[in-house]
Design a protein around this ligand. Structure first.
Ligand SMILES: Cc1cc2nc3c(=O)[nH]c(=O)nc-3n(C[C@H](O)[C@H](O)[C@H](O)COP(=O)(O)OP(=O)(O)OC[C@H]3O[C@@H](n4cnc5c(N)ncnc54)[C@H](O)[C@@H]3O)c2cc1C
Length: 426
């Protein structure tokens, strides 16, 4: 196992870190305050703050753009769409970059490396036709449009994707889409122009061949964003999460991804790297919380001592450092396995980190909130929103229980493969 960074990735990591520290983190407060003012005055909180577009232009000019593009699939796109060095990165090389971006709620968008667009772009890269790529992937890579992934439904337990009941029915040279989705991240943004929709096509087929993924233009007749949801009170602008109804929406057959009944193949390909990216960013979030906690612990005095020297605070800080470092190693391990294409081992590793990293981040952020007292609960600091973001991750892209089930299934499968074999022989 080799987690060492290539010289190019080390250089990119340093530049992304510096950009986040010098350009993005100082802009956060202003963006947040303008959002709050827009919401309170009945204005529009969804159109991205011009500060974000200015930062995007600057990042792109420096080649700090589309860095998520994976080496295996990037093809010409990294060179054509502004990634410094003109090539995609391995997952191991991307890990510290995503971590640096994860420190700030703005940064992933600034570098065009935010969910769900990265996952959707990867789907188009891997499975899209030339026509689909020209129409949707290229403007996404330029950051001109945004996208959403519409899988989860309010009426069925969506942690089991075979339950999806919304339909994508083939009708001559068209597909007719009906149903209701929710938690469609990104639909709040006015630049969101394409929805990756998963629907039931053939209820009689094998359970993993019943569903189809279809590209649905956001402005197609019959698509309605019914409402925007909040995560524990946060609106998560400028992307947001919406409930979307699809009422006899007709799109050309050419909008089907990969082929009818092949949604599960795509979901597998899409969600693996996407989950690792979430975990990489969550490590960055935990690092930010620990930075804030340490500064607070040293700068604030109670009962005649810095907070750091009261109670068990030194131990808490040490435990946080240990937990972050342990999680980072697990994430790098999963990234390395993905780079090696190690099927089952990679699947288990991705599910392992999807359980472990949000849990770790929640504990570290909670510790930082506690050290800040009342300030930690307020929106004057990024900690409360960070906690909610990490909490969401215990559900988004599959709840913990489903991922534990994946890990257990693989683990038990190893033993079932060789019944009765002595332990040493396995
Ligand atoms: C912030 C956020 C963003 C999201 N973004 C998107 C998005 O962009 N696109 C999209 O399609 N979806 C998105 N989701 C939805 C998310 O993927 C689903 O909420 C998740 O998959 C769970 O589905 P569900 O809500 O229907 O819960 P259910 O399937 O009803 O499950 C509820 C609970 O049942 C338990 N459970 C389920 N299965 C098992 C099991 N095998 N063993 C034990 N217990 C189990 C778990 O505790 C689980 O949390 C997002 C969610 C959040 C919170």
């Amino acid at each position: 196992m080799d987690f060492s960074l290539s010289p190019r990735a080390a250089d990119l990591r340093d530049r992304v870190r510096a950009f986040v520290a010098e350009e993005v983190e100082p802009a956060e407060r202003g963006v947040h305050e303008r959002l709050v003012r827009a919401r309170e005055s009945g204005g529009d909180p969804w159109t991205p703050d011009p500060v974000i577009s200015a930062l995007q232009a600057k990042a792109r000019a420096q080649g700090l753009w589309n860095l998520f593009l994976p080496r295996q699939h990037a093809g010409r796109y990294a060179a054509d769409f502004g990634t410094d060095g003109g090539e995609g990165l391995t997952h191991v090389d991307y890990a510290p970059l995503a971590e640096a971006m994860g420190r700030s709620f703005l940064a992933p968008l600034v570098f065009n490396c935010n969910a769900p667009d990265t996952g959707n772009m990867e789907v188009l890269l891997r499975y899209g036709t030339d026509e689909q790529r020209a129409r949707w992937l290229e403007p996404l890579l330029r950051g001109e449009i945004r996208s959403a992934f519409c899988m989860t439904e309010p009426d069925v337990a969506s942690s089991d994707a075979t339950n999806m009941a919304a339909t994508a029915v083939l009708d001559g040279d068209e597909v007719v889409v009906n149903g209701r989705k929710w938690w469609s991240t990104g639909v709040g943004n006015p630049d969101c122009k394409v929805l990756v929709f998963m629907g039931l096509t053939d209820p009689d087929a094998h359970r993993h061949s019943r569903h189809t993924m279809v590209l649905v233009p956001r402005d197609a007749p019959g698509v309605t964003v019914e409402r925007m949801l909040t995560t524990m009170g946060y609106h998560d602008e400028p992307l947001g999460h919406g409930e979307v109804s699809f009422d006899d929406v007709r799109v050309p057959l050419g909008n089907v991804l990969l082929g009818p009944g092949r949604a599960f193949e795509i979901a597998q390909g899409r969600l693996g790297p996407g989950r690792v990216h979430h975990c990489m960013r969550a490590i960055g979030l935990a690092e930010r919380a620990l930075d804030l906690a340490c500064r607070r612990a040293l700068d604030r005095t109670a009962f005649g001592k810095p907070l750091a020297n009261l109670g068990g605070n030194r131990e808490r800080i040490a435990e946080a450092r240990i937990a972050i470092n342990r999680s980072r190693l697990l994430v790098l391990h999963a990234a390395w396995l993905l780079d090696q294409g190690l099927g089952v081992e990679a699947i288990s590793a991705v599910s392992e980190i999807k359980v472990e990293v949000p849990r770790m981040a929640l504990e570290v952020i909670d510790m930082a909130i506690q050290l800040h007292g009342g300030a930690g609960m307020s929106d004057d600091l990024p900690l409360a929103a960070a906690w909610v973001g990490a909490r969401s991750l215990r559900l988004a892209d599959g709840p913990d229980e489903v991922h534990r089930n994946v890990v257990a299934k693989i683990e038990l499968g190893r033993h079932q493969a060789t019944p009765g074999a002595p332990e040493a022989a396995r």
